[in-house]
Design a protein around this ligand. Sequence first.
Ligand code: COA
Length: 262
Amino acid sequence: MTTERLVTKLDHEGPISVLTIHRPDKLNALNRQVIAEITAAAEEVWHRPGVHVLVVTGAGDKSFVAGADIAEMRDMRLEDARAFARAGHAALDALEALPIPVIAAVNGFALGGGCELALACDFIYASEKAKFGQPEVKLGVIPGFGGTQRLLRRVGNAMARELVMTGAMIGAEEAHRIGLVNKVFAADQLMDAARATAKTIASMGPLAVAEAKKVMREGEGRLLKDANVLEIEGFAGCFETEDQKEGMQAFLERRSPSFGRA
Ligand code: COA
């Protein structure tokens, strides 16, 4: 099934793709259509040869994503809500499971589903205007797209509980301080910074980057001894690949490596 792209944009810029959530009049709120398009975009990026990093951002200068669409949710019954949460989880799982790094470039409000979308990315760069929060309790519900789970894995249990239970909104600097955001940039430099980091990653051994992501993702939540077994296997699995031969040979010959690109 093909999903028509009505409320997102997917631009391919050589090794980098940029997914923009595009409902600026509703601060890019996630309705069913946006969610379906995120899932479809993840699928497209997965199958497109030569894409090495995905950047996710929001249209306009005010909002990344201001949450799941409250107008769409207002009249949902229990079964509708379950299906909506499942679709949201499926979309964010699809992004998270991509074999390439995904960078969230948070340019404004990242509330509720917006914070959850950012959390499904490998790491977050933020504009100094960004605001983060899980305000669902103010609406009489809890986060439904991973906020109660991914947030605590990212910032720790106590901070996640405080954010989810108070519904508080925090600025970019506070988000940086608690480890939710990797770096904060002036608003007009955010996308350049995300693209620059994406290019750096895209110049690394692609099999190694994919393996690093896989091992870190799968190791999260496991006992250290079990997670370390994943690392041993992942490390060994890099050997006897063209990337490993080229990367090490290039170092020893004092030249830049030339990695094979899909
Ligand atoms: N769902 C649906 N529509 C939303 C939305 C959401 N999560 N967030 C914003 N919008 C819509 C508003 O209804 C408004 O639409 P309208 O112009 O047709 O009335 C438009 O986006 C602009 O939002 P507005 O509230 O006027 O902007 P603001 O600058 O005054 O406030 C926010 C910005 C982000 C503080 C405010 O929009 C807000 O609190 N949004 C909801 C955040 C939230 O609770 N998210 C979690 C949902 S589970």
